[in-house]
Design a protein around this ligand. Structure first.
Ligand SMILES: Cc1ncc(COP(=O)(O)O)c(C=O)c1O
Length: 464
């Protein structure tokens, strides 16, 4: 389906696109363990980290993001076990773009991860959280001069170079500060991967990094090596998102290691670090079957060793940057059901008190989600539903295909799973909706880690 432009008719009038809802689940009350946070349980009502969702809604309001702290920490530990702590032979950096708050950055660093930031804003949150600057990697295709200078002054561990302009700018700030930042050169390999599919092209048509195919990547390394104020640490490649297997990484690693071999031949310099980015997939529905972290680690290691052996190179430090797979499954969005409309016996439109402003992924990427009635269990028959928000858009869909119990009523609480990544971080104030707060749950207790916005917050920005 095109998401670029569409004729007025098909989406707004009577010609509906072909729609194939999945069959209903056997048990509408069941919580699929791969989809729901590890601390989610149901004894009638849903509890998260030992806290009754009705109490959460009562105390903090809805819509509400609820994050299971132990789930996040457990996933961090799995990555550390599989890849090793920073400073050992491999490193794992949490990609803060997935969700960035001081509490979460503290949890992940306490568990041994570094943090990858891609704006000055994310950098400030990481510094405010007390993340050791040496454990911060700074990204961005257009880092502002002030951000580069802040990164250098703060002493971040790595800066990922993304353009020729940036090489010169960074060298200037490094010289002025008497610093020598470690840099990675971001390489565009021509590989794009999503779930089980990947595409490998000879050329690149996107904004990130230096193209391998055009020789820009070789030239970027040449320029970095010519500047004494920059320390060349290695190469970086990120191939996509929601990836379920390692085939795309194999092609990308082959191309990057080929470049590493050229660097040794031309400059006599070894590539000591290789950052293969993030993009590891999670389960949003029962159809999603992501690999275990340890098999992912084994796969990436094997690929890297084989590629280095083929080119007669020592194996560099392997670094990765998972975002979604650390924070995504930990979080549930709680909504209150407002209206329920049966449309021509096709399905029921269940409207909730949030929508595309707290979860744009369904509208933007056609993403799939799972949801359940959370404030009680029900033995009513399944009702094919579409969970929609309260925005002035017909594309304001949260869950495209959902089976909810037919006795669903206004005032019930609905929980949508796996909303920890790229939901609150992509949230907007569309239609002047205040953005929801984020509450962390653990051992039967709950605390707000991101305050809910208020209408007063929004009005205070309107100074005209
Ligand atoms: C450079 C880079 N690293 C890491 C990530 C994190 O990806 P994910 O959250 O899918 O693991 C992204 C996502 O866009 C990225 O662009």
């Amino acid at each position: 389906m095109s998401r670029v432009a569409h004729p007025a008719g098909p989406r707004h009038a009577d010609v509906l696109p072909a729609d194939h809802p999945p069959p209903p689940p056997d048990d509408l009350n069941a919580l699929h363990p791969a989809i729901w946070p590890r601390g989610a349980q149901r004894s009638g009502v849903l509890t998260l980290g030992g806290v009754d969702v009705r109490d959460l809604a009562g105390e903090f309001g809805t819509p509400l993001f609820v994050t299971d702290e132990e789930d996040v920490r457990g996933r961090c530990r799995e990555y550390i076990e599989a890849f090793g702590p920073p400073g050992a032979s491999t490193s794992v950096y949490y990609a803060a773009k997935a969700f960035c708050s001081r509490a979460v950055l503290r949890w992940v660093t306490e568990e041994g991860l570094g943090v990858d930031v891609c704006t000055g804003g994310e950098l400030e949150v990481a510094l405010a959280a007390g993340v050791e600057p040496a454990l911060i990697t700074m990204h961005g295709n257009n880092k502002l001069p002030a951000e580069l200078s802040r990164g250098v002054a703060a002493g971040v561990g790595h800066i990922v170079i993304d353009s020729f302009e940036e090489i010169a700018r960074l060298a200037y700030y490094a010289e002025a500060a008497g610093a020598r930042p470690r840099v990675l050169v971001r390489v565009t390999t021509g590989v794009e991967a999503h779930t089980h599919e990947f595409m490998a092209t000879a050329h690149d048509d996107q904004k990130f990094g230096f193209s391998l195919a055009s020789g820009a990547a070789d030239e970027a390394v040449r320029r970095v090596l010519a500047l004494p104020s920059l320390e060349f640490a290695g190469l970086h490649s990120h191939i996509g998102s929601q990836i379920f297997d390692t085939a795309g990484f194999e092609v990308a690693a082959h191309r990057v290691i080929e470049l590493a071999a050229r660097i040794v031949a031309e400059h006599g310099v070894a590539v000591s670090e290789l950052d293969l980015g993030g993009g590891f997939g999670i389960a949003y529905t029962p159809d999603d079957d992501p690999p275990e972290v340890k098999s992912l680690a084994a796969g990436l290691r094997a690929i890297l060793s084989a590629q280095c052996a083929a080119f007669g190179l020592p194996v560099p430090l392997l670094t990765i940057e998972p975002g979604r797979s650390i924070i995504g499954p930990s979080t549930v969005t709680l909504y209150e059901v407002g209206t329920i409309k049966d449309v021509d016996g096709i399905r029921s439109y269940v409207s909730v008190d949030g929508g595309m402003s707290d979860n744009i992924r369904t509208a933007l990427y056609d993403a799939s989600y799972s949801c359940v009635l959370a404030s009680r269990s029900s033995s009513a028959p399944p009702m094919l539903s579409r969970v929609v928000g309260r925005h002035c858009e017909s594309g304001d869909i949260v869950v495209r295909h959902a089976y909810l119990p037919a006795d669903l009523a206004p005032g019930d609480l609905l929980a949508v799973a796996a909303t920890g990544a790229y939901c609150r971080s992509l949230a907007s104030n569309y239609n002047h909706l205040p953005r929801p707060g984020v509450v962390a749950v653990r051992d039967g207790g709950a605390r707000e880690i991101v305050r809910r916005e208020t209408l007063a917050d929004l009005l205070s920005l309107d100074v005209g």
